[in-house]
Design a protein around this ligand. Structure first.
Ligand SMILES: [Mn+2]
Length: 318
């Protein structure tokens, strides 16, 4: 990783776009905003930022995230487009058109299923988060890391390690988090903003969803289905399901947990979590991907059929 240099590419570019992935999480948004501000402060350049949907409520306090845009003129040609935390090109949503046309395409990611779709690829599947890759890059190339940039990186690392809890939390992860605190990050303030503040609607919706969970294989498998009608009557429901599938996984007997959400009558969005099962591999069979114990995919079938397809694949394995 250390021999890859994107500084010259950034220096010679006048139009730069940074793109996050669809259904954005803290890592993709934190990395995007850290890179945005890093480029601004170190190279005096103003990059554009693409976000596929509204900023999730959880990340409302992330510095610079409100400067990101959902719509772009498709005729634009960027000198450089940089994707952060984007496992596969189709996870960019509409930004993929701008990515494909760019003079130079840079792919910065930590998903093990990332095949290196950029002209320049900075991929480290051992890194806890894309934010950690960026931090190491910034340090190795002597970028100044301001307090705001540090806060963005901290949110990346915090959220992709589940609050420094997942098995990707290493001594290095915590060392970097410590360095970010030295740079001015207030961990308590960020923890409260990200994890301890939810809307009443969200908490009540999640309670209802958990109470509808179904179990099979001696409670080794747990799942929740969410239909569009379940979200009716609630406001701004974009990140309503966040944390729900992890909650199912906390049940002692459960190895594999998944959530199937209706997009339309023929399309379902799936999130899977596990303790031992390789869910990245399961999701890859539907064209998705992710990490060993946390992955996702979109299945072109109804919620019911999608549940059956998944159960067929995992019932023998847990
Ligand atoms: Mn990530």
């Amino acid at each position: 990783m250390s021999n890859i240099n994107i500084d010259d590419t950034i220096k010679s570019a006048s139009k730069i776009l940074i793109t996050s992935h669809i259904n954005p999480d803290g890592d993709t948004l934190g990395s995007m905003c850290a890179l945005y501000n890093g480029i601004k402060e170190n190279f005096k350049k103003q990059a554009d930022m693409f976000i596929a949907s509204k900023v999730p409520y959880t990340y409302r306090d992330l510095p610079f995230v409100n400067l990101s845009k959902r719509e772009f003129d498709k005729s634009l040609v960027y000198d450089v487009v940089i994707s952060v935390d984007v496992a596969a090109k189709d996870r960019m949503g509409e930004a993929v058109e701008l990515f494909d046309k760019a003079r130079c395409r840079i792919n910065i990611d930590h998903h093990k299923t990332n095949h290196g779709y950029g002209d320049i690829n900075i991929i480290d599947s051992a890194a806890s988060s894309a934010g950690m890759i960026l931090f190491k890059y910034f340090r190795e190339h002597n970028w100044n890391i301001s307090k705001d940039t540090a806060e963005c990186l901290y949110i990346s690392i915090l959220t992709d390690t589940g609050g420094f809890k997942y098995e990707n939390t290493t001594a290095e992860t915590l060392k970097i988090a410590g360095e970010l605190i030295t740079l001015g990050v207030n961990p308590n303030k960020i923890y409260k903003s990200v994890y301890e503040t939810k809307t009443k609607d969200n908490v009540m919706f999640q309670a209802g969803a958990v109470s509808r969970a179904k179990f099979c294989n001696n409670d080794k498998i747990a799942y929740i289905t969410i239909y569009k009608k379940d979200l009716e009557g609630y406001q701004s429901t974009e990140d309503f399901t966040e944390g729900l599938v992890e909650k199912l996984r906390t049940i002692d007997s459960v190895d594999a947990a998944f959530l199937v959400k209706e997009i339309d009558s023929k399309t379902s969005k799936v999130s899977m979590r596990s303790k031992e099962l390789d869910v990245a591999e399961i999701c890859a069979q539907f064209g998705g991907g992710g990490h060993t114990y946390a992955a996702g995919c979109v299945i072109k079938s109804s919620v019911n059929t999608s549940v059956k397809k998944i159960l067929n694949l995992i019932k023998e394995r847990v």
